[in-house]
Design a protein around this ligand. Structure first.
Ligand SMILES: Cc1ncc(COP(=O)(O)O)c(C=O)c1O
Length: 356
């Protein structure tokens, strides 16, 4: 099975020996990582992240991956400010499932090639009470799109004008293959309304389960209390392992290595699509991240998926990324992060032949 469904790094990206060595050093260097401790995460990692974001480390909450933090954030915001949750359409499917479980009133905000449409956001903000906006502005999951700097400024202005909290989810921003990084919403806004979230899943390994949130002070304390009430104490061993990797100066080289491996996969997918489907369907051309978005398919994506699975390939159909599955019938998310470049070429030609 050639998988374009898995939003995971290719197996070659995971340095088992390096991480095993960092884990050993982490335990030997600080045996307290084997004990219970503060719910907000491993102190030295919080300090490093605080320095990177220019905030007091108390505002950094290290979570069991970004998704666990999303649950805490959504529960906290929905309790504090009941109202609609605004999301990009399409958006990452797991938060949609979490929001459905929390009975949230989820409203889709239209997107185009430049990311979410600020005019659509403005209309939705004027339409009723909003609990928060959830956005993935850089190399978005699922579309691979990046919000332009001009639109970032507008989103921040709109959030301020309506006093609406924003969750900026940015696990892919560091995985940039070319081009200039735009400023984060968090930087533009100053971190009063915008909470920034990211993760080491896409830059170190998903199995370490280390994500982080940079929140306003009061919210950070409440997120930490939620962490304590859910799991007493975070897994310091993996957090300290990541910190050891950083402390050794191994994070940047590892990131460069991952970028090299994934850039080749992104290039292979763009080349294969260009060679076999030019003019027949459209797709995004991300400068980084893990995904691209196929659009304007000539058949419904679920029909294509059934045929693809019978032929040994898989992807995620577009409808999974829209609230209630109400759009996206003719689109699909292709992850280029997991399959090898040659499998990517093969998988795209299978898709192209099924589309003819
Ligand atoms: C946009 C986005 N946010 C959060 C996550 C969750 O990552 P993790 O919980 O592994 O940190 C993912 C993973 O695919 C993602 O794409």
């Amino acid at each position: 099975m050639i998988s374009f469904a898995r939003g995971a790094p290719a197996p070659e990206c995971l340095d088992a020996a390096l991480l095993a060595d960092c884990a050993r050093s982490a335990i030997e260097g600080d045996p307290s990582v084997l004990a219970y401790g503060p719910g907000g995460g491993y102190g030295p990692l919080r300090e490093w992240l605080g320095g990177r974001h220019g905030v007091d480390p108390a505002r950094v909450i290290v979570t069991n991956g970004g998704l666990q933090g999303f649950v805490f954030y959504a529960e906290e915001l929905l309790a504090e400010r009941p109202g609609r949750v605004l999301v990009e359409a399409p958006t990452y499917d797991r938060p949609l499932k979490i929001l459905a479980r929390l009975d949230a009133d989820v409203r889709p905000i239209a997107m185009d090639g430049e990311g979410l449409d600020p005019d659509a956001l403005e209309r939705e903000l004027a339409a009723g009470e909003t609990s928060f906006l959830y956005t993935i502005p850089t190399f978005q999951n699922p579309s691979g799109r990046t919000l332009s700097t001009e639109r970032r400024r507008r989103v921040v202005e709109l959030a301020a004008a309506h006093s609406v909290p924003v969750l900026e989810d940015d696990p892919y921003g560091l995985v940039r293959y070319e081009g200039e990084a735009p400023p984060s919403l968090h930087e533009l806004e100053g971190g009063e309304l915008v909470t920034y979230a990211s993760s080491f899943s896409k830059t170190v390994a998903p199995g370490v389960r280390v994500g982080w949130f940079v929140a306003p002070a009061g919210l950070a304390a409440r997120l930490e209390a939620r962490a304590v009430s859910n799991y007493i104490s975070p897994p310091f061993l993996t957090q300290a392992t990541v910190h050891e990797l950083i402390d050794r100066g191994a994070f940047e080289p590892k990131l460069e290595r991952i970028k090299g491996l994934l850039r080749a996969r992104r290039d292979a997918m763009l080349a294969a699509l260009g060679a076999s489907l030019e003019g027949e369907v459209s797709w995004s051309k991300p400068e980084g991240g893990y995904f691209l978005w196929l659009d304007e398919l000539p058949v419904d994506a679920d029909e294509l998926l059934t045929r693809a699975e019978a032929a040994g390939g898989t992807f995620v159909k577009g409808a999974d990324f829209f609230p209630g599955g109400e759009d996206g019938a003719r689109s699909a998310r292709l992850a280029f992060s997991y399959a090898s470049p040659s499998e990517i070429g093969e998988g795209v030609s299978v898709l192209a032949s099924l589309l003819r």
